[in-house]
Design a protein. Structure first.
Length: 112
């Protein structure tokens, strides 16, 4: 059995855990916290960004697309507000990217 430290390490995110049946609450909590810190990094904060993201090419691509879409939506929302058409457009792109990520990896995106 694989322990929790092997699933999410400080410098690695493993997107293949669900595919291998290795999910548990500790993994999901650490995964959500890692994404939160990565989003902080995209906004210029000096925080954690993993050295490695493990998974199939499709899993990694869908993860990066969802992360980028989350960032784009947050930037548009804070700059233009909720009622702006660009914010709606970015929310749609985010929802599409998250659905693709969840379908591809069988992991739930930790933000709604």
């Amino acid at each position: 059995m694989i322990n929790d430290k092997e699933l999410v390490q400080e410098d690695t995110i493993d997107l293949g855990a669900a595919r291998r049946g290795e999910l548990n609450e500790t993994f999901l909590s650490a995964f959500g916290n890692a994404i939160k810190l990565m989003l902080s990094w995209t906004f210029g904060n000096n925080v954690f960004f993993p050295k490695q993201i493990k998974g199939t090419e499709r899993e990694v691509q869908s993860f990066m697309k969802a992360l980028q879409s989350e960032r784009d939506y947050m930037k548009t929302y804070t700059r233009l507000g909720l009622n702006n058409p660009r914010t709606y457009d970015n929310k749609y792109k985010l929802d599409t990217a998250v659905k693709d990520f969840e379908t591809t990896t069988k992991l739930k995106w930790p933000f709604k």
